[in-house]
Write a protein that binds this ligand. Sequence first.
Ligand SMILES: [Zn+2]
Length: 553
Amino acid sequence: MNNNQQVKFIPIGGLGDVTRNMYLYETESEILIVDCGFGFADETMLGVDLMLPDVSYLIQTQKKIVGMVLSHGHEDHIGALPFVVPQLPSFPIFGSPLTAAFANEKFIEFRLPNRVKTVAFDGGDIQLGSFKISFIRVTHSIPDASNLFIRTPVGNFLHASDFKFDLTPFDKKPTDLAKIVRCASEGVLCLMSDSLGAERKGFTPSEQALEESIELEMRKCEGKFILTTYSSNISRLNQAVIAAKKSGRKVCFVGRSLIKSKDIAEQLGYMNFSKGFVIAVDQIRNFKDRDLCLIIAGSQGQENSSLSRVAHDEYREIKLNSKDVVVFSADPIPGNEISINAMIDAISRTGAKVVYSEVSDRFHVSGHGASRELLLMMALTSPRNVLPIGGTYRQMVAYKNLAKQHGLSDQNIILTDDGLETIFTKDRWTFGKKISLKNVYVDEISGEEVEQFVLRDRQKIAEQGVVIVMVEVDTQTGQIVDQPNIIARGFPTDEAKMLNKNLIQELKSNFQVKNAPVKDWIRFRKIVGDISERFISKNFKKNPLILPIVIEV
Ligand SMILES: [Zn+2]
């Protein structure tokens, strides 16, 4: 072996802001990619849904991309695939059964050929260029999650993204501790470890604890029992389904993402239903409230989700009342707290009982290991170095303290940053250069890629124009005060004049009908945007960038 050989580890996303996971392992001539997730934009990013990893480095590189391996099927690990993969030269992609199925569903949705190959956990290793990879089953909040043991010319890496050690997982498939130990006996140059739970003491409770809670709450509930969670949390869906079966309720899945997940899980045999047990939304009215368990998408307070429509009384088939119970069985993704709180508020106003993490911790357990589990992983693998990933900087520091407790010294604990190269040789590591990464935003619906607002503006303005709608609104009445200020660019002068006059009228008359106090400003802004968009598209056959600005008076 050549002594100058080195492997660079480069996070393209996944450090600091947790989401957008994408990591590169790079030799002199080859690159292996791990994961390809998107990030969630926060509410301050007007009109933007998602963020993608910036792959310009991969587009420009002269090195050969030998393949991509996916750790698990969460959106922040696979969600960017249909946007990113078409930009890159062709290479093979591998994932566990459910991961591959979820990933391929994305390619199908974007009308791209499906191409993720399925890896069986008990199958052999995968050779991609000079990298030899073992998939190790771990527990997390989605079935078939894996950690990746990556053998390279300079040493072995354990890429331990999202995991916990649940000894009694719902699907009875616990972490393969024996395989972790077996792989680690070949030596671990560096353990790249999940660090999200590093601040929490002890162990994360088992999934098992939830089953009873859900069943108990369901039995007590005299009306509709409603549960919301991540669509991909198949175990949680199964737990609700089993409780419903026991208490004689029919189950209805509401929301596109949820139905898609359920279908995929059913095809793979991860969910099973007897005939007539699952009903469609339009059958709800044929059943008494207390005979229903609804599983509804929208646990993160997403504005367009089914749960949001139910909460705001905009769902024809589902009306909430004081006998209903709504359980949030999911942790808020950082940045989503405001919209989740607004949604909880809206549901509370209907009189329904809402159970969420601040009120009760009986309905959700984290998918990530707490400090004892992170220490256990170090103990099982005896790594020469550790490098926390998948956490905020604060959590990475907490992980560093754990690693010290484990007995590692400062120079063996690597706190790095997105874009920064960590260069490993057989016996030492150093930081290399920092690749500059841009923020890449994407509009989920159109799949249109944008780079910061300026570019988004420029692109859309060039094609369709831009309309800024500024309205002052009375909090008490929800009525527009004074004349809205409308600025239209990219329209001929006479059209702009007409637009100005008619859109003001349209907005005013729309809100006159509603006449109610404003409780949720994010939603109000969205409604202003929607009305404007519909109006302009109908009357001017244009689809400009619309920026609603609502001023509270
Ligand atoms: Zn995950």
